[in-house]
Each structure stands twice: as structure tokens, then as C-alpha cells.
Design a protein around this ligand. Structure first.
Ligand code: 5AD
Ligand code: SF4
Length: 463
């Protein structure tokens, strides 16, 4: 991802940040862009033009870390040619690997962990003044929620962090170790940020946390995700509110009722099941059964008509037999997710599952991954076909990458919709007026990933 603020200063050091991994990382990058530009840094469009290259990294799977090591390896020449270039590794892998990164990649200048982002400008300054290498992975460092609302990737939608860390310790997952304990942000701070975003033209916010269903733990009074949604829903200008990620063990009726009642809260849940086998769920320490997951989906559908669910699945967890995998296939067939993120189990040092023998061979992991992906593709295509002939509300995001006369937006259920620009309006007007609008699109065609349709007209804003 390239992060570019609105005002560039020609003589200031140019930073290029590349982001790996999840939405939380994308948001951390955005917050860092804000704090760096406040200190006079500007931003390069590519790594060749940069004075500072920062890789904001992910540790969830081994492959993610390999990717970063290989990228760092290929930057060795650039650093050799330009010794003044500052090269930094940020985020989860920095926290996880620490000074191992310096040992493997001596040309790296900075290793900055997940709780040191707010110190980034000072750390870079120290390095450029002294040429020394800095390891900043303090576990007690503060979590940075500060943001300059005008500096964000997309004009009409924004991620808003409502909590950090995770206390769940699912047996396979490294997140609690690299992101730390769960910490909820105050309602007033979140509401202030959302109001500022709305004033800056943002129409859609996605509330982010590793387990947003347990939001409020540790805050005074009865604060929950449901009460937070009720506080944010009336904010003028915000048409849509999403939240992720939901954990099945903490999902409840109160949250589903808030989704059902509040007009701004979208009918969409990202609630990872991870497996359909109770034996595997237990070994994963997920704290629910597949029957409970099914009940939640039933409850969600009855309280929130039209709700769509996305899930994550891990295949090839230690001890997963063909029968266990068939349970996962059965669960996906039954709940019919709108989309799923499917991963092959990757053992992570430091997690409790590392004690289990990684006994599902790579070939089996690959074939289970493929089977589940193909099933999801089939379900997505079939579900999308059911929308043909219907009119859907789309928040327009902008022009399609492949065609200037085609616009792209999303439904309230997060489905991508492509439609041709309305006839009779000239190109300049479309580009300036359409993005950020709510429009009605009649769906005529689809693939597993995209709905296609005809423009029917602008819809009134909610408030
Ligand atoms: N191996 C494979 N997938 C994992 N995930 C988390 N840890 C691992 C791991 N060790 C997946 C889970 C989670 C998503 C973000 O990444 O499905 O929901
Ligand atoms: Fe990892 Fe489980 Fe926390 Fe999600 S809930 S971040 S999978 S430990």
C-alpha cells in the first residue's frame, strides 16, 4: 500500500510504507502516515524514490514472515547503493522476531513493534542523526489511536479502531503475543473520531478489533458493542457502520438486536467459525461448539433479515481427520457464507498449538484448502445469482480500475457491485458527484465475487 498525504513538501524525507496483513495493519499504517506527516515527512510513490522504507508486517502465518524476509533481502542492493536509506520493519513481525531481524538482515535500521508506532517519528530522527540501529519492541509501550482524520486512504470510508489486542489465546494464534492484552478505547474518543470523519465527508465506518464482541471489558459502566453501536448510529453523515471481527463465543442477542434495529448498522457479520468439528474446535480453544455456531447463525437470520455472514476457516489443524474436515465442509454447506477466508494451518512458535504434532501433510492441507475454496466459490456464485432482478443499495466508491465508464461500490452486505455510469451525465460530473452517493442498482449479472447491474437513481441519505 502506498500512503500519500495531501500536502507534500519537496525537500522533506520521503517515506514509503508497504503494508502486509489485516485491516488493523492498514489502519496502523494510516495512523503512522498521519504522525509522520505532522513531523514534516512526505511520501514516495514507490520504494526507489524513498529515503525511508518501512514494511508494516504480519506474523499470523509463517508465509507472511517469509514474504517480508524475502522483500528485505531484495532491498539489500538498494541500501548498498544508498547507505543513507533507512529501512524499518514495523508491527507484528517486528514484535515477534525482535533482534532476530537484525541478525538475519544486518542492513535493517529499525525494528519497531506493535506498541511503538507513536514513537516512529522520533525513532527515525534518532537513526538519521546517528546511523545507529534501533530495536523498539517495548511491551509496555502505549497503543496509538491518534489520527488526523483528513489523512486517510479512502474519502468515503474509514477504519476506526475500537479496541486493541486479544485475550482469547486460541491455541494456533500468535496475535495475543504480538498485539498484547485486550484494551477497549473509550466511547467518547471513538464517537469524537467518527464525528470528525463524518465532518470530513466519510460516509461509512468499519469498527475494528480482534474480537469486537467483547468491546467494553475494563471500561466503567455497562459499555458493550451494542451500546457503542447505539451511540454511533445517530451521528449525522455516517450512512453505514460495519464492525469486525466477531467471535462466536461473545456474540449475543443484544448485539444482533442492535444490528436489526439501527438503520446505519449493516447486515453483515465477519464471524470466523475456523472449523466444523467439535474435536478440532476444542483443540483450537475456540470455546464454542459447531452447534452453537449454527444457533448463532439461525438467531442472526431471524433477528436481522437479509444478514450475510463471512467466515475464516483453518484446514489441516493438528489431528484433523478426513471426518473432521467433512464436518467443516458440512458446516459451510449449511451456513452458506457470503465469503470465506481459508487458511492452511501454520504452526507458530510461542502458541500453545506448537506442542501438537503438525501431522496433516502439506499435500492434504493443500487439497482441503482447494476443496473448501471451490465450495465457497460455488456458494458465492449461487447466492449472488439469487440477487439477479433485485434492486440493491450501493455506496459508490469510485471508478473501476479496468474501465473509466464503470463505477464500483458495495452493498450493505459488503458485496462488490459494478455498474456503467448513468447515461446523460458527462464523465466529469460522474467522477465528481457519484462517489460517496447511495444509489439503487438493479442486478442483472454476477460472478462469485462481483454483482453487475444497471443504475436506477440516487437514493436519499439516511440523515
Ligand atoms: N495458521 C493458519 N491460519 C491462522 N489464522 C490465525 N492463526 C493461524 C495459523 N497459525 C487465521 C484464522 C484467523 C485469521 C485472521 O487467520 O482463521 O481468523
Ligand atoms: Fe487470534 Fe483467537 Fe484472538 Fe482471533 S480471537 S486474534 S484467532 S487469539
Amino acid at each position: 500500500m502506498i500512503s500519500k498525504p495531501k500536502t507534500l513538501k519537496d525537500n522533506s524525507p520521503k517515506v514509503y510504507i508497504k503494508t502486509f496483513g489485516c485491516q488493523m495493519n492498514k489502519l496502523d499504517t494510516e495512523l503512522s502516515v498521519g504522525s509522520l506527516s505532522k513531523k514534516g515527512y512526505s511520501f514516495a510513490d514507490n520504494e526507489n524514490d524513498a529515503d525511508v522504507i518501512l514494511l508494516n508486517t504480519c506474523s499470523v502465518r509463517d508465509k507472511a514472515e517469509h514474504k517480508v524476509y524475502s522483500q528485505l533481502g531484495s532491498l539489500r542492493d538498494q541500501k548498498g547503493k544508498n547507505p543513507k536509506l533507512i529501512l524499518g520493519v514495523l508491527g507484528c513481525m517486528a514484535q515477534n522476531e525482535g533482534d532476530k531481524i537484525f541478525k538475519r538482515m544486518p542492513h535493517v535500521d529499525l525494528v519497531c513493534g506493535t506498541r511503538m508506532f507513536s514513537k516512529l517519528p522520533e525513532l527515525l530522527e534518532e537513526i538519521s542523526g546517528s546511523n545507529k540501529r534501533i530495536l523498539a519492541i517495548d511491551e509496555d509501550g502505549e497503543v496509538n489511536f491518534d489520527r488526523i482524520v483528513t489523512q486517510r486512504q479512502n474519502r468515503y470510508n474509514a477504519f476506526v479502531s475500537i479496541m486493541r489486542g486479544c485475550d482469547n489465546y486460541c491455541s494456533y494464534c500468535i496475535v495475543p503475543y504480538v498485539r498484547g492484552r485486550e484494551f477497549s478505547r473509550a466511547v467518547t474518543d471513538i464517537a469524537d473520531e467518527v464525528k470528525k470523519l463524518a465532518d470530513d465527508g466519510c460516509k461509512e465506518v468499519t469498527l475494528l478489533g480482534q474480537n469486537v464482541n467483547s468491546y467494553g471489558k475494563g471500561l466503567a459502566g455497562k459499555v458493550t458493542l451494542a451500546t457503542l453501536l447505539r451511540t454511533l448510529d445517530p451521528i449525522k453523515g455516517i450512512e453505514r457502520i460495519h464492525f469486525l471481527t466477531s467471535h462466536p463465543k461473545d456474540m449475543n442477542k443484544e448485539i444482533l438486536e442492535a444490528i436489526g434495529e439501527l438503520s446505519g448498522v449493516c447486515e453483515y457479520l465477519h464471524m470466523p467459525a475456523q472449523s466444523g468439528s467439535d474435536k478440532i474446535l476444542k483443540k483450537m480453544r475456540r470455546q464454542y461448539t459447531s452447534a452453537h455456531y449454527r444457533e448463532l447463525i439461525e438467531m442472526a437470520k431471524s433477528i436481522v433479515p437479509g444478514i450475510k455472514v463471512a467466515s475464516d476457516f483453518i484446514v489441516g489443524f493438528p489431528g484433523e481427520t478426513e471426518e473432521d474436515f467433512e464436518d467443516t465442509v458440512g458446516l459451510l454447506k449449511e451456513i452458506r457464507c457470503q465469503n470465506s477466508f481459508i487458511f492452511k494451518y501454520s504452526p507458530r512458535t510461542g502458541t500453545s498449538a506448537i506442542e501438537l504434532v503438525d501431522d496433516v501433510i502439506e499435500e492434504t492441507k493443500k487439497s482441503r484448502n482447494h476443496t473448501l475454496l471451490e465450495l465457497q466459490k460455488k456458494i458465492s456464485s449461487e447466492e449472488n445469482r439469487k440477487v439477479h432482478g433485485k434492486s440493491v443499495e450501493v455506496l459508490v466508491e469510485g471508478e473501476s480500475k479496468t474501465s473509466a465508464v464503470r463505477l464500483i461500490g458495495r452493498t450493505r452486505q459488503n458485496q462488490i457491485v459494478a455498474f456503467d455510469q448513468p447515461e446523460g451525465i458527462n464523465q466529469a460530473d460522474v467522477s465528481s458527484s457519484m462517489p460517496g452517493s447511495l444509489v439503487s442498482i438493479k442486478i442483472t449479472d454476477s460472478t462469485d465475487l462481483t454483482l453487475f447491474g444497471d443504475y436506477e437513481g440516487i437514493l436519499p441519505l439516511r440523515k
